[in-house]
Write a protein that binds this ligand. Structure first.
Ligand code: ASP
Length: 435
């Protein structure tokens, strides 16, 4: 039995947070592999260490004096080192880094130093071995992960050390150069560790007690989601409910390793468990999420022309402008292309005229005031009448539904409404379907 414990930046923001991490690790001897992000924000106005490193790089590139930024970075590390009486010579390490600072320095290398130093400090503090991600996570030159090499290295390191702290967020190319992942990528490192060591569970420690059934900025005190499937999580995350990096589940998806979202500041809260299959069938709706500012192009074809051909060519048109098509609700003679408004900015007139000028198009209408709300729940499949209830709730609020889409896996129902009705729709759905 083995637990991978990954701690995000807010769980490492100062020495008090380090102390909480230590307590959590000491509470459970199965927590043998710890993955850390870089030191995060202490409060909303604070900067993440990673952001400071990006800033430092920008200063170098534009030849602006960078010492104040370096001093801020040093101060964040020193606060922890001194309060916890660590022996790591962070000043010396930063001085060595300073000597490497020039316009040629690799951005990836520089930015990865946040996780690198944070992991060293944590390793010393909890008395685990520090193992650098550059010895464990291997990328091909195209940026994909070389799993064979990575898994072998991780297994070997674990055999050797038994308890280790690994910096998240980066690995190396075949030539040894550091490659960082996308922002929030330490989640992925945790997942790679869980896969390579066939962990019993992957604990992702953050500053919220799991996922909530709706956005707390919209719904007052929404319930916690106790259990969610990988698939449902993807649907909700896509619609804006973000706690994990969206690629986190890929490395472990086929291994059925559960991920638990836990709160470093409330360590005994059970949080949310993310699994391949959900065995809890009591809750019909798992969550409600949504996004504003979509646009829809509704295209009606002329009688006698081919809808399939028209659809194919219109999709190609959107593709040629690099615009992602989000949904395509359709009827007998017409279909709508729903896209994010922000992607249309400069090209909407070009696209509209290309469509209008086609001889097989009878009519085009564009609606630039659409918000989408997704009601997600694996248990909706087996219960008839859910969609009826959803439409009734929205109808009773006097809100017009502009568009409906149901995923073919019946995992979600998506409704399109006016942007101004976004919050009201979510609240009403939550009130009637969840509470
Ligand atoms: N420190 C990196 C970031 O801020 C990676 C991570 O936190 O996962 O994005």
């Amino acid at each position: 039995m083995l637990k991978i414990a990954k701690f995000g930046g807010s769980s490492l923001a100062n020495h008090q947070q380090f102390q909480k991490v230590k307590q959590i690790i000491e509470q459970d001897p199965l927590r043998k592999v710890v993955v850390v992000s870089a030191i995060g924000r202490r409060d909303a106005r604070d900067a993440k260490l990673t952001d400071l490193l990006y800033l430092l790089h920008a200063h170098l590139m534009y030849s602006v004096p960078y010492e104040p930024v370096l001093a801020m970075i040093e101060e964040r590390f020193l606060e922890i080192k001194e309060a916890l009486h660590l022996s790591i010579d962070i000043k010396k390490q930063l001085l060595a880094l300073k000597k490497e600072l020039n316009k040629q320095i690799s951005l990836d290398y520089l930015v990865s130093r946040g996780e690198y130093f944070t992991a060293q400090m944590m390793a010393e503090y909890i008395n685990f071995a520090f193992v650098d991600a550059s010895e464990l996570v291997f990328f091909y030159f195209d940026g994909s992960i070389d799993y064979e090499k990575t898994e072998n290295a991780i297994r070997k390191a674990f055999q050797e050390h038994e308890q280790m702290v690994v910096p998240g967020f980066y690995g190396v190319y075949p030539n040894g150069a550091i490659r960082i992942m996308a922002r929030g990528g330490s989640d992925i490192t945790g997942s790679i560790m869980a896969r390579s060591l066939s962990a019993t569970v992957y604990e992702n420690w953050t500053d919220v007690s799991g996922l909530l059934m709706a956005d707390p900025r919209i719904v007052v005190s929404p319930k916690r989601i106790a259990q969610i499937t990988y698939e449902e999580l993807r649907e909700l995350a896509y619609m804006g409910a973000n706690v994990l990096h969206e690629e986190t589940i890929f490395p472990i998806q086929d291994m059925n390793i559960p991920i638990v979202i836990l709160n470093t500041n409330d360590a005994f809260n059970p949080g949310t468990i993310i699994t391949q299959v959900g065995d809890d069938t009591t809750q019909v709706i798992t969550g409600i999420a949504g996004k504003k500012h979509f646009a829809s192009f509704t295209i009606t074809k002329h009688n006698g022309s081919s809808k399939t051909k028209l659809m194919r060519e219109i999709l190609a048109l959107f593709e040629s402008y690099h615009i992602n098509v989000e949904h395509i609700p359709s009827s007998i003679d017409s279909f709508s292309i729903v896209v994010l408004q922000a992607e249309l900015d400069k090209v909407i007139y070009d696209i509209a005229s290309s469509i209008k000028n086609r001889s097989d198009v009878k009519n085009l209408t564009i609606d630039q005031d659409i918000a989408l709300v997704a009601i997600v729940g694996r248990n909706m499949v087996t219960r008839p009448g859910i969609s009826g209830k959803i439409f009734a709730v929205i109808g009773n609020e006097g809100i017009n539904i502009k568009m409906i889409a149901q995923g073919s896996n019946e995992l979600n129902i998506i409704v399109g409404i006016s942007n101004e009705h976004f919050e009201k729709t979510i609240c009403a759905l939550y009130q009637h379907l969840v509470v």
